[in-house]
Design a protein around this ligand. Structure first.
Ligand code: SF4
Length: 229
C-alpha cells in the first residue's frame, strides 16, 4: 500500500503515525493547510511538523500555501458552515489531486484524529472523493487514541495550538476560553461542549457580539452571580 496521509499538524499526526506503523503501514505525510491564520501561526505549525518528521523519519510532502486572503473571500457568505462548505473540501480535494498524480493508491487524513472536528462529515467526504478520484480511502477512527496522542505530543515538546486554524475559530476559541476561565473563578466547571454551545448561542447572524456574550453567559449562570463583568 502506498498511503498519503493529509496532515493538519504535528500533534495530530503523533497517534496516526504510531497506529499506522503498528499495522505495518508507512505513511507519507502531506501538508496542505491554507486555512491556518495568521501567518505566524501557520509557520509555527508547519515548522513544528517539519522538525517532527525528521525525528520520526517520516516522509513529508510540503504544499506550502498560506491563504488568508483566498480563504476569507471563499467563506465570507458562509461563515457558520465554512468547515463543510469550503475548508474540508478545499484541503482534502487537493490531497486527492496530489495522490492521484503521484501514484498513491490509498489516502487518509489526520483530521480523523481530532475529537473537535466533524468526523462523520469528513469520513463521508473522503468516501465521495475516493470514488471520484479512484484512490482508496483508508478509514480509521483515530479518535480512540486522542489522549495518548496528546500526552505524547506534549512530552515531545510539540507546538500545541489553541484553536482549529482559521481566524473565525480563533475568535470562538478565545471567547470560549475567557468564559471558561471566568466560570472557573466562580467555582463553576462547565464542560467544553457547554461553553461551545453558549458561544454559538451568542452569535447574531454568525457574528459574536461581546455584549451579547456577556448577557447570555450571565443569564445562563445567573444562580452564581455575574460571571462576566
Ligand atoms: S474551524 Fe477549522 S475546519 Fe472549520 S473552517 Fe476554520 S480551520 Fe477549517
Amino acid at each position: 500500500m502506498k498511503l498519503l496521509l493529509h496532515t493538519c499538524c504535528a500533534p495530530c499526526s503523533v497517534y496516526c503515525i504510531k497506529s499506522l506503523r503498528a499495522e505495518d503501514i508507512e505513511p507519507t505525510l502531506y501538508w496542505y493547510n491554507p486555512n491556518i491564520h495568521p501567518y505566524v501561526e501557520y509557520k509555527a505549525r508547519r515548522d513544528c511538523l517539519v522538525e517532527y518528521v525528521k525525528q520520526k523519519q517520516v516522509k513529508l510532502v510540503l504544499e506550502d500555501a498560506y491563504g488568508l486572503d483566498e480563504f476569507c473571500k471563499n467563506v465570507v457568505d458562509k461563515i457558520t458552515t465554512r468547515c463543510q462548505d469550503y475548508c474540508y473540501p478545499k484541503r482534502l480535494r487537493q490531497a486527492f489531486e496530489y495522490a492521484k498524480k503521484n501514484g498513491y493508491d490509498t489516502i487518509s487524513t489526520t483530521l480523523l484524529y481530532s475529537i473537535y472536528q466533524k468526523h462523520e462529515f469528513i469520513a463521508d467526504l473522503m468516501e465521495a472523493l475516493a470514488a471520484e478520484y479512484g484512490v482508496e480511502f483508508l478509514y480509521r477512527d483515530f479518535r480512540k487514541g486522542w489522549q495518548e496522542g496528546q500526552d505524547e505530543a506534549r512530552a515531545a515538546g510539540l507546538y500545541m495550538q489553541k484553536y482549529c486554524g482559521c481566524v473565525f475559530s480563533e475568535e470562538e476559541s478565545g471567547i470560549g476560553r475567557e468564559i471558561g476561565r471566568k466560570m472557573k473563578k466562580q467555582g463553576v466547571s462547565p464542560t467544553n461542549a457547554n461553553v461551545r454551545k453558549l458561544v454559538e448561542s451568542c452569535k447574531v447572524d454568525g457574528i459574536i457580539v461581546p455584549g451579547v456574550v456577556k448577557a447570555a453567559v450571565n443569564e445562563a449562570f445567573s444562580e452564581y452571580g455575574d460571571i462576566i463583568d
